[in-house]
Design a protein around this ligand. Structure first.
Ligand SMILES: [Zn+2]
Length: 87
């Protein structure tokens, strides 16, 4: 009988891009019952430290992250908060 995928293992690695001072979260999820990896949907392949992308095989989501306070959060963006300088 085929696995119904009821249990999962998720891993998140944080990558530090030393030369540009950026960070990304690299996320993978597998079914812990049968080991099948889950494919991420709705993301473009490539690299974007200010957004979310997916590996070419669809199995690793990459999301740009920042230490709190270095970029406006979504509420601050709604209120028109802007930065004078950024990378
Ligand atoms: Zn499964």
């Amino acid at each position: 009988m085929a696995c119904q995928h009821h249990n999962f293992h998720a891993s998140v690695r944080v990558a530090r891009l030393e030369d540009v001072g950026r960070f990304t979260a690299e996320i993978r999820i597998t079914c812990s019952d049968c080991g099948v990896p889950m494919q991420f949907m709705g993301l473009q392949p490539g690299y974007n430290a200010d957004g979310a992308t997916v590996s070419l095989d669809g199995l690793e989501a990459n999301i740009g992250i920042h230490p709190r306070g270095q970029r406006p959060n979504p509420l601050q963006e709604l209120m028109g908060y802007t930065l004078r300088q950024h990378n």
